[in-house]
Design a protein around this ligand. Structure first.
Ligand code: NAD
Length: 450
């Protein structure tokens, strides 16, 4: 592990020299990042396959392509976002001019998880660079090959400093967290999120926490069940369910349950064939510990579909299980290809059940009924989500992505990334042409022309 104190001193020096200050410089840094990724694409794809069994198509769609799009979008709009904005002033401030000046925080720490090990490290880095910060990125120890390529990319893109990858596990994170950063951007579990926030509090460092949780998928009886099943299966089994915003469980109207399960089984067959364990399009579980935890969930209760596994290869087929609120699988975030199905009779029942639990990162609702849509979106708090789809809200730079309550603090993507990594400095320029003396504790009243 490098000497973190020394690394931070170098980054502060780099900032003091004004190296990241100009928008022109930031645009060049983003272009250099893109180029460094582009020239290592084959290596990156191989690393994603080695670490997580990701197919090329999936890796491109969910890791590399999405990063290129983010860089393109940010580069296109950065000049506008970075410009100081005029603000209105109150009557009491007559004669003055107010401006909001975005400025970088300084040195930011980005701690990333393993499930989208490239994208979830690089997307925040794009925001950090766009806003003019220096950054230290700590990727996950569970995806070592991707972390290696990431370090190579960052070193090649920024030979003069300003961004650095520090590899390692919790002990490296803990060491990093002992030091004072100007902002910490953490993506991972709520458990570690708490550790990060506690460490940040010692330095009064602001935090962005992108956490997880149990994201519900409500399917009402009027939904187009075939379409819903395809979109749910896509959202749940991409990356073998190891997606923070994957539908964690299905809450389906009892009249639609059997048909929905049959359509889900058909969609799984269509996507991954009769034996998903042998499908090159289907990923693997990241570690033995996670595999064993998931296998326990898959073997509890009545299996409605799937259940096959290969422990040696850490592969677990898409598995649908009949469940209820008390089942062990419903007590923690699943983060794998086990899909519990619960049923409800009245919509109000489903809404109360979800609203009484910790606020989820995502919520999905399948219905054609506007009043159902209204009722759910008005009464349930959640980070973000989709009506009649899954996952896709994350893939647009126009929507802020983040959690609420137990699922996180703050958001990013597109302009929201720029805002998240910038401090908005308020500057009021007062006129010197006259002076309003009402505010002074002297007896003089009125306007004094200077
Ligand atoms: P994790 O919390 O175990 O680890 C995340 C990062 O924290 C890793 O880099 C890890 O090395 C580090 N870490 C682990 N223990 C630490 C400690 N004691 N002190 C400091 N740092 C420590 O999470 P994970 O298993 O990598 O990822 C899964 C979790 O992340 C799930 O809960 C998932 O929902 C969530 N997640 C959220 C998002 C999002 O965008 N909101 C995206 C992906 C994953």
């Amino acid at each position: 592990m490098p000497d973190i104190g020394e690394l931070l001193d170098r980054q502060r020096e780099w900032i003091a020299q004004g190296k990241a200050g100009s928008v022109k410089e930031r645009l060049m840094r983003l272009a250099a990042l893109k180029e460094a990724i582009r020239s290592r694409e084959p290596k990156l794809l191989a690393a994603l396959r080695d670490d997580l069994g990701k197919s090329e198509a999936e890796a491109y769609m969910t890791e590399i392509g999405i990063v290129y799009r983010e860089i393109g979008f940010v580069r296109k709009h950065l000049r506008k976002w970075a410009r100081p904005r005029k603000a209105k002033t109150a009557l009491t401030h007559i004669g003055s001019i107010a401006r909001i000046v975005p400025e970088p925080y300084g040195t930011v720490l980005i701690v990333a998880p393993w499930n989208y090990p490239f994208q979830l490290a690089v997307s925040p880095l794009i925001g950090a660079i766009a806003a003019g910060n220096a950054a230290v990125v700590k990727p996950s120890e569970l995806t070592p090959r991707v972390s290696g390529v990431l370090e190579e990319i960052v070193t090649a893109a920024f030979p003069t400093g300003g961004a650095r990858v520090v590899q390692g596990g919790p002990e490296v994170s803990e060491e990093l967290l002992r030091h004072r950063f100007d902002l910490i951007f953490f993506t991972g579990s709520p458990r570690v999120g708490r550790i990060v926030m506690e460490a940040a509090a010692k330095h009064l460092t602001p935090v962005v926490l992108e956490l997880g949780g149990k994201s519900p998928c409500i399917v009402h009886k009027d939904a187009d069940l075939k379409l819903a099943a395809r979109r749910i299966a896509f959202g749940k089994f991409t990356n073998a369910g190891q997606t923070c915003i994957a539908p964690d469980y299905i809450l389906v109207h009892r009249d639609a349950k059997d048909r929905l399960v049959a359509e889900l089984a058909a969609a799984i067959r269509e996507f991954y064939g009769d034996d998903p364990l042998r499908s090159p399009k289907y990923g693997r579980i990241v570690s033995e510990r996670h595999f064993d935890r998931l296998l326990r969930f898959a073997s509890e209760g009545r299996t409605l579909h799937g259940g096959a596994y290969d422990r040696e290869k850490l592969r677990l087929a898409p598995t649908i299980v009949d469940s209820d609120w008390e089942a062990p699988v419903m007590q923690e975030e699943i983060f794998g290809p086990v899909l519990p199905v619960l049923e409800y009779g009245e919509l109000g029942e489903a809404i109360d059940a979800v609203a009484s639990r910790p606020k989820p990162l995502a919520l999905y609702l399948f219905t054609g009924d506007r009043s159902v849509e209204e009722a759910v979106t008005r009464r349930v708090s959640f980070g973000g989500g989709c009506i009649n789809d899954t996952l896709m809200h994350i893939a647009t730079p126009y929507l802020p992505f983040g959690g609420v309550g137990e699922s996180g603090i703050g958001s990013y993507h597109g302009r929201y990334s720029f805002q998240t990594f910038s401090h908005e400095k308020s500057v009021l320029k007062q006129t010197t042409r006259f002076d309003l003396s009402f505010r002074y504790p002297s007896s003089e009243r009125g306007i004094r022309i200077i």
